[in-house]
Design a protein around this ligand. Structure first.
Ligand code: TEU
Length: 546
């Protein structure tokens, strides 16, 4: 009973995909409308960011009712129709479960505040705050009404952490997952799930903002086993992924190896911090290729050897576009986008495509702070100013790093608001939409390359199942790996630079076949040249040449 490794997941940020009502917010019916497009791309599963009732302080990650649809996005009937319609296009849904915390507007928190002891034990309350830092800035504790106590909020002050040590909390949360299973949902993405097991004592910790006190604790694994058993573990064809914050390979192997009965796969974020200066997000620094390469190799090999499974991705709703971070997009957008895609779709793990990635969307290129809405960006801007940065310096950082970069409306066509909405979009469309949009790109090199990658994964077990081995570890420009399955091998070479680079090809691959490249007419010989941002995948069926 293990999930299908040939599947590819497509992430939709519902708020920004397609608005069918003109209220400026994307909706479930908009997703239904675009199912034929997704089928044409070839994806198997769509992960939807939260669409539940929520005050939207953190765009739906602050949930006030776990088992309903926020009227902004439609109705439960729309959701049920989406599940059915998606099935008829061969697509399953994956829902976002935010079980580490809920909105302070949730009735559990409201009852707790009103003095109900039963619900007070749903939260993490203490007489004295610890020195832990919230992931959105400031101390992670806030006064709990006028009780003199404090409640823990690892994220925004309106996102109260739930007390998983309380069995009633676990029972309620398991009911949530089962509610959606009963609606025919097979896939679940668990938000910051490695943070659910806080240390019983809750001590001050000066290291890493206090993270070691609540991250990857052994008890988180116990809770995941319980969650699995009480919910999705009862379905043969479920598919689950955990978002793991500040984690390591050892824990990720445990979270994701089938023998643990926890989750199918894990997201980690180390590779998306290689452009952080000194580990700090709100800085500007060109990406460090050596670090990126070595992280990919370590994770690839250790997960492969340990039997763990990774969710592979470049983009999501929390990240600026990878194209803006890793590629000279002015000159090589097509080449860069396709190389980045191959570097993960041919690797070992399940590939995730974030909406718009398949058409090479870029950051929006906003002109002013007034265009940003994300709570994290607004807080960061203030603290950058407080730390002595000028307005222009702080803006330049927000512009490069804001989560809004990926949350802009999906670019469907060149009409007003990128064809996303006839009303005023909740977040302004990016400047590039007159050129970069689905209508223009659908027969272009990026979209068709994604289609090809998805098809190859279905046709070739070595891509879906093969092991991972690093290659050319010391090459200064190329990230390369090999996959092996039985007698077959696949070598994938990815030039991460905007220039020609030389590669000596081992004999075994000189007689191989070019499975895929983003440049035409690649010839194999002992010495080859990779063009700017070229990807080249060479397949060798050893048994045939014996
Ligand atoms: O994100 C988890 C997380 O750790 C974020 O702080 C992430 O690292 C950050 O956004 C990057 O700057 C998840 C969701 O994906 C995010 O959208 C939510 O805001 C967060 O949890 C709280 O639920």
């Amino acid at each position: 009973m293990t999930f299908d490794k040939r599947k590819v997941v497509y992430q939709i940020y519902p708020k920004s995909y397609k608005d069918t009502t003109g209220n400026g917010v994307g909706d479930l019916r908009g997703i239904i409308e675009k199912l034929p497009y997704l089928e044409e791309l070839g994806v198997d599963v769509i992960w939807l960011n939260p669409f539940y009732p929520s005050p939207q302080r953190d765009n739906g990650y602050d949930i006030s009712d776990y088992t309903a649809v926020n009227p902004l996005f439609g109705t439960m009937a729309d959701f049920e129709e989406l599940v059915e319609e998606a099935k008829s296009h061969g697509i399953e849904l994956m829902l976002d479960m935010v079980l580490n915390h809920c909105s302070t507007e949730h009735e559990w928190f409201q009852k707790a505040l009103a003095g109900d002891k039963y619900y007070q034990d749903f939260f993490i309350l203490r007489d004295k705050p610890t020195n832990w830092v919230s992931k959105f800035g400031g101390n992670a504790w806030a006064p709990f009404g006028d009780t003199g106590k404090y409640y823990l909020h690892l994220f925004d002050v309106t996102q109260a952490d739930l007390n998983w040590r309380n069995p009633h909390v676990r029972e309620e949360l398991f009911k949530v997952v089962n509610f959606w299973r009963d609606k025919g949902v097979k896939g679940f993405r668990f938000d910051v799930i490695n943070l659910i097991g806080k240390d019983e004592e809750l001590k001050d910790n000066d290291a890493f903002d206090g993270k070691p006190e609540y991250t990857d604790r052994p008890i988180a694994h116990d809770y995941l086993k319980m969650l699995n058993q009480a919910t999705f573990g009862q379905d043969d064809d479920s598919m689950t992924v955990g978002e793991m914050s500040f984690t390591n390979t050892e824990n990720c192997i445990q979270y994701s190896s089938p023998a643990s009965h926890e989750l199918d796969m894990v997201f980690n974020f180390h590779h998306l911090k290689v452009d952080y200066d000194n580990g700090q997000k709100w800085t500007l620094k060109p990406f460090d290729f050596e670090e990126l390469k070595s992280l990919f190799h370590t994770w690839g090999e250790e997960m492969s050897q340990g039997g763990g499974w990774s969710a592979l991705f470049w983009n999501n709703h929390d990240q600026p576009r990878a194209l803006n971070r890793f590629i000279d997009v002015k000159n090589f957008r097509n080449e860069g986008a396709t190389m980045l895609a191959a570097a993960i779709h041919l690797s070992r793990g399940t590939p995730y495509i974030y909406m718009g990635e398949e058409i090479g969307m870029l950051d929006p290129d906003y002109d002013s702070m007034a265009d940003y809405v994300d709570v994290e960006s607004l807080n960061a801007y203030q603290s950058l100013l407080e730390s002595g940065k000028s307005e222009a310096e702080a803006f330049a950082i927000i512009r490069a790093k804001s989560r809004d970069n990926s949350r802009v409306p999906m670019q469907w066509d060149a009409s007003e608001n990128a064809g996303f909405s006839t009303g005023t979009p909740w977040l302004k469309a990016g400047k590039t939409y007159p050129d970069i949009n689905v209508e223009n790109e659908k027969s272009g090199p990026i979209f068709t390359f994604y289609q090809e990658l998805i098809k190859l994964r279905k046709a070739m077990p070595i891509i879906a199942e093969g092991d991972y081995q690093s290659a050319y570890q010391n090459h200064p420009n190329v990230y390369a790996f090999e996959r092996h399955l039985g007698d077959e091998s696949l070598l994938v070479l990815n030039n991460f630079f905007a220039k020609d680079v030389a590669i000596d090809l081992p004999e075994s691959y000189q007689t191989g076949k070019v499975l895929l490249s983003n440049y035409p007419d690649s010839k194999l010989s002992d010495k080859i040249t990779l063009k700017p941002y070229q990807t080249l995948a060479i397949y060798q069926e050893k048994s045939a040449s014996k």
